[in-house]
Write a protein that binds this ligand. Structure first.
Ligand SMILES: Nc1ncnc2c1ncn2[C@@H]1O[C@H](COP(=O)(O)OP(=O)(O)OP(=O)(O)O)[C@@H](O)[C@H]1O
Length: 350
């Protein structure tokens, strides 16, 4: 097993800077997701760690040893990619055995490792089949089993579940988490799906425009986003951002007052939609509701607060009519305050 140190990695494609100095340490056995929108640089970073792409500058160390300059096969890692390339002309057994054969493992070791990996991924019944006789989900499991069969210290995965339908994704997500925890594999997982990252990760690195904007546990990045980008990217609905005037270090919302980390001017309130409580109008912030959607598990309200777009969530037992104005009280412990100029959040009050 191994830890991974990514040390100030920069990457340019011609004049375009895809990575602008990325540093991140992944602990031994940890599962870290690189989460960010399309084009932010996640795949490029993963490919640099894998050795499939060279960096312009910076270092990557796996288990204390710099791997810059080493071939992918000499880096002690395994990879699973989106298109889960399983070989169509090989049985599932030989697909899973592939990495071991490359390492010239003897037959006894191949058999032992294939059976172990197949057991973890529940593909023992298919070992004699060819991939074209498998479903997408089963093929995906073969690809993961092949990666795990070599007992890699490090596993790199790039959107490995994106070709699966929603239910299968959920199933595989749970399975992956269990399997990797059991194996103690250090994993870096690239995704643009925040639900996937929240569910799987020990920590999430939120990537934006070639930089890591925040690293933290799923709960930390959700509750205390470092920036407006992070708050807006994570959460469904995303965090609301409401600009409010500050007077003498205080913000007033109806009958509620909050001490804020600014003396005057404006401040941005970062408000998670499910942290409000319904109240008579004028008690906190009033919301003009354009559309109220009963979602089964909750009621989703879309409209505006102080003339600014907002989405909040109330319990499913509430009823609200389209066009109605509802009062909402805020929980002072659940608020984020951000600078309107920089979009950076102020540290959470102790
Ligand atoms: N070989 C290349 N030549 C030129 N530009 C590239 C090359 N590879 C990637 N880029 C650019 O670098 C940026 C980052 O690409 P990357 O594939 O890392 O993004 P990503 O975050 O993984 O996005 P996605 O989720 O869409 O794969 C993009 O703007 C992309 O167009």
């Amino acid at each position: 097993m191994a830890n991974i140190v990514i040390d100030n990695i920069k990457k340019s494609f011609g004049a375009f800077q895809a990575l602008k100095g990325v540093s991140l340490t992944i602990n031994d056995g940890e599962f870290v997701s690189l989460l960010g929108p399309s084009g932010c640089g996640k795949t490029t970073l993963l490919r640099i760690i894998a050795g499939l792409e060279t960096s312009t500058s910076g270092d990557v160390r796996i288990g204390e040893k710099s791997v810059i300059g080493l071939l992918p096969k000499d880096r002690g890692l395994a990879m699973v990619f989106q298109n889960y390339a399983v070989f169509p002309h090989m049985t599932v057994y030989e697909n899973v055995a592939f990495g071991l054969r490359m390492q010239k493992a003897d037959d006894a070791r191949v058999k032992k490792q294939v059976e172990k990996a197949a057991g973890l991924l529940h593909i023992e019944p298919y070992l004699d089949r060819y991939p074209n006789k498998l479903s997408g989900g089963q093929r995906q499991r073969v690809a993961v089993a092949r990666a795990l069969a070599v007992e890699p210290g490090v596993l790199l995965m790039d959107e490995p579940l994106s070709n699966l339908d929603a239910l299968l994704r959920l199933e595989m997500r749970t399975e992956l988490k269990t399997v990797l925890q059991e194996a103690g594999t250090t994993t870096i997982y690239v995704t643009h799906d925040q639900t996937e990252a929240m569910g799987l990760s020990d920590r999430i690195a939120v990537v934006h425009d070639g930089r890591i904007e925040q690293v933290g546990t799923p709960v930390e990045v959700y509750n205390n986003p470092a920036t407006r980008f992070v708050g807006g990217f994570i959460g469904n609905p995303p965090m609301n951002f409401i600009t409010m005037p500050v007077t003498g270090g205080q913000v007033t919302a109806g009958a509620q007052q909050f001490a804020v980390p600014a003396q005057g001017g404006d401040i941005v309130l970062g408000l998670r939609g499910e942290t409000v409580e319904r109240a008579p109008t004028g008690h906190g912030l009033d919301m003009h509701v354009r559309v109220a959607e009963p979602m089964g598990s909750h009621l989703l309200l879309t409209g505006s607060i102080l003339g600014q777009p907002a989405r909040v969530i109330l319990p499913a037992t509430e009823t609200v009519k389209n066009g109605e104005t509802v009062g909402l009280t805020l929980d002072p412990r659940r608020l984020t305050w951000l600078s309107p100029e920089s979009g950076v959040s102020y540290p959470a009050a102790a």
